[in-house]
Design a protein around this ligand. Sequence first.
Ligand SMILES: NC(=O)c1ccc[n+]([C@@H]2O[C@H](COP(=O)([O-])OP(=O)(O)OC[C@H]3O[C@@H](n4cnc5c(N)ncnc54)[C@H](OP(=O)(O)O)[C@@H]3O)[C@@H](O)[C@H]2O)c1
Length: 284
Amino acid sequence: MTAQIIDGIHVAKYIKSKMTKKIAALRSQNLEPCLATILVGDNVASATYIKNKQRAAVELGLKTKDVRLPSSCPQSELIAIIKSLNEDIRVHGILVQLPLPNHLDPFIITNTINPIKDVDGLTPTNMGLLVGGKGSLKPCTPVGIVELLDHYGINVSGLHVVIINRSQLVGKPLAFLLLEKDATVTICHSKSYNLLKEIKDADLIVTAIGNRDKFTLTGSMIKTGSIIIDVGITRLGGKLAGDVDYSSVAKYASWITPVPGGVGPMTVSMLLNNTLIATSLSKN
Ligand SMILES: NC(=O)c1ccc[n+]([C@@H]2O[C@H](COP(=O)([O-])OP(=O)(O)OC[C@H]3O[C@@H](n4cnc5c(N)ncnc54)[C@H](OP(=O)(O)O)[C@@H]3O)[C@@H](O)[C@H]2O)c1
């Protein structure tokens, strides 16, 4: 078996073409979508993520605000800036890049964002709505994975899905999204016993570890015909790689996402799409 490729670049382009139409519809109602990003400190990876998000937003024709703060920024000042963006009717989406410097509490900071402007879908309100199957602003990476599966007609109903990650950003919200689609979901993490047994039993594996020294998914570990979604991002021999040893896994899997070019482009597209959803929500 040679796996079919789940091409995130192709799907992201398709979604962007749909978003162009949505932007035109919003403009016809005098709504000019605007995304504000906040970066605190000088973490190199975070600065790259912000640069990519800002560039993608501008390329799509969205207005943006790019707020940069020193790593010494007091929590009270960051909260005041978020509150002023909450009040600003020209701003529809607010994203605070994580992780934050240690003296800033990510829960308090995230919780300061008005839920209808929460384009990362990480506020307690939006997380709660997602658990209830009701949310409209959902975390970008999980919703991007669901979009990829839908685009390729991969029906997860009844499948045994194993997610190797339990973070707020990836594993937990994805589990609820896939439960909504009638999958049987197992979440694994660094303390899980029998990880290899869970992987071997899985019809669909989502791996998001990002540390090839600790874990690499290889072809002999999976069941023939399983579907592989690789979220992990790591550097291997100076190149970007995922958790998956692509060439060995592709021999046994039915579908596979490459890294780069799989989940990554979808995460950015879903952020832009969430900004359009937030713009629509601002009408009410
Ligand atoms: N492509 C994208 O758009 C995108 C978006 C978001 C994240 N990512 C990437 O996805 C990865 C995870 O991101 P994150 O923010 O969720 O990171 P995280 O919070 O550090 O989560 C990593 C998860 O992997 C688990 N883990 C670590 N070592 C393991 C092992 N040996 N066996 C089983 N599980 C293990 C951890 O378990 P514990 O909870 O027990 O520690 C944790 O649940 C990173 O590489 C990140 O760059 C990519």
